[in-house]
Design a protein around this ligand. Structure first.
Ligand code: ZN
Ligand code: ZN
Length: 411
């Protein structure tokens, strides 16, 4: 980012935080939380700040103009003390769902990474370790397209369904946010979850991601072919939690599957589709899994395993288990996009459009030189694709492209 462009974005961020209309909402019990932010120009992380009044923090935001703003999910006796002396009281349960962790068909098109150590380059999901040198630092150029957002949204839908139906949280207890980049945050701030330790949170993560969901014990799976009769008695799904999810998932799959879908799952059993109504009724509804000729319990196991993968919610597991985690603050700007983290109602998940609802800069235009940008949407307008073009863009679109290092302001 050139100096002029950086100054331009800084000025827009500054205006945003100085405008009382953008006053950031306070999280519950702000005086018990740690606040932190990344300084705009030096990219220095300021942490361990405590504010008795949220108004004081708003003043800090207006004065310092950070690029990214965070607060702890945890509550502390002394949020401004060193980590080991803070006095942990409890923590919200937080889920992070980000296209960074979901293999989408679009990341091969718009995401690039380059190993800082050896220069190895590639497209798609950034690996954890460089396949050439084992390095773990990468320069990335990533984009957020509608498909990325839609993939993340599908995962959120699964998560919300589990939180409501399997864990019993009400819609009022679950807060959903667009993260400001290409994902979502789900917060549960009820008192009942605050005291959960890291182990308990790991259990929640395992449940949500379907880890360890086994419809049969390992030895039974291995002996499957030989002890068919006995096995069918053990393959018995009840109507709650993951068991129900597997049953509903298998039924939906069979109702809609093409022969190609079956093949993809590794099933070549044509009988499954030819008489699917009977199969669904006898096996899934009545639980007589072994009663259909040519459809073995092994087939059901294979299908159940596929459904488990499909139904699991792909969350960033580290975020949920970390009881000291900092999370982006609601109502603040994302330094990589200029979009806001914003809350919406769980029931609005399918209709909330980040490229409208999270737009922070709604007025004005600015002349920019765009080096390279795919087609994108902003405030209801479709823009791009652009390649080495000088043009006037709405401020929100220009800020996005500058933050993504795809454009520079033309002075
Ligand atoms: Zn490398
Ligand atoms: Zn995408």
């Amino acid at each position: 980012m050139g100096l002029d462009s950086r100054e331009y974005v800084y000025q827009r961020f500054s205006e945003f935080y100085k405008d009382p209309a953008n006053a950031v909402p306070a999280p519950p019990l702000p005086h018990k939380r740690e606040f932190g932010y990344l300084t705009f120009k030096e990219k220095f992380m300021v942490r361990h700040r405590r504010f008795e009044q949220i108004a004081n923090f708003r003043t800090v935001l207006a004065d310092t103009v950070p690029s990214d703003v965070y607060h702890s999910c945890a509550y502390y006796e002394n949020p401004d003390f060193d980590m080991d002396k803070k006095g942990w009281i409890g923590s919200d349960v937080v889920f992070d769902i980000d296209a960074d962790h979901i293999p989408t068909s679009c990341n091969k098109i718009h995401d690039e990474f380059r190993c800082v150590k050896c220069g190895f380059e590639g497209r798609g999901l950034t690996p954890e370790e460089c396949p050439c040198c084992g390095g773990t630092k990468f320069e990335t150029k990533i984009w957020a397209c509608d498909l990325c957002i839609a993939s993340a949204r599908d995962e959120v839908a699964k998560l919300l369904d589990m939180l409501e139906k399997d864990f019993g949280f009400s819609q009022d207890e679950v807060r959903v946010f667009f993260s400001g980049h290409r994902g979502y945050h789900v917060h549960i701030e009820s008192e009942v979850v605050r005291s959960l330790d890291a182990m308990a949170r790991k259990e929640i993560v395992d449940y949500v991601t379907g880890l360890g969901v086994a419809v049969l014990e390992k030895e039974d799976r291995e002996q499957g072919a030989r002890r068919k009769k006995k096995l069918s008695k053990k393959f018995n799904l009840h109507n709650y939690g993951w068991n129900r999810r597997l049953k509903v998932g298998m039924q939906t799959f069979l109702e809609n599957a093409s022969p190609e879908d079956l093949k993809e799952v590794g099933l070549r059993n044509k009988a499954l589709l030819e008489s699917k109504d009977t199969i669904i009724k006898r096996a899934i509804t009545e639980g007589k899994w072994e009663s259909i000729q040519g459809v073995s319990v092994q087939t059901w196991l294979k299908l159940a395993e596929h459904i488990r993968e499909v139904q699991a919610a792909k969350i960033d597991t580290v975020v949920t288990t970390d009881i000291h985690r900092l999370i982006r603050m609601n109502g603040t700007l994302h330094g990589k996009t200029g979009l806001k983290k914003v809350e919406f109602k769980p029931k609005e998940l399918q209709t909330f459009d980040p490229f409208t609802g999270a737009v922070a800069f709604k007025k004005g235009k600015v002349k920019v030189l765009v080096s390279d940008a795919p087609e994108f949407r902003m405030s209801g307008e479709t823009l791009g694709p652009y390649k080495n073009q000088t043009l006037e863009l709405p401020v929100a679109a220009a800020v996005l492209l500058i933050c993504k290092r795809r454009a520079e302001v033309v002075p």
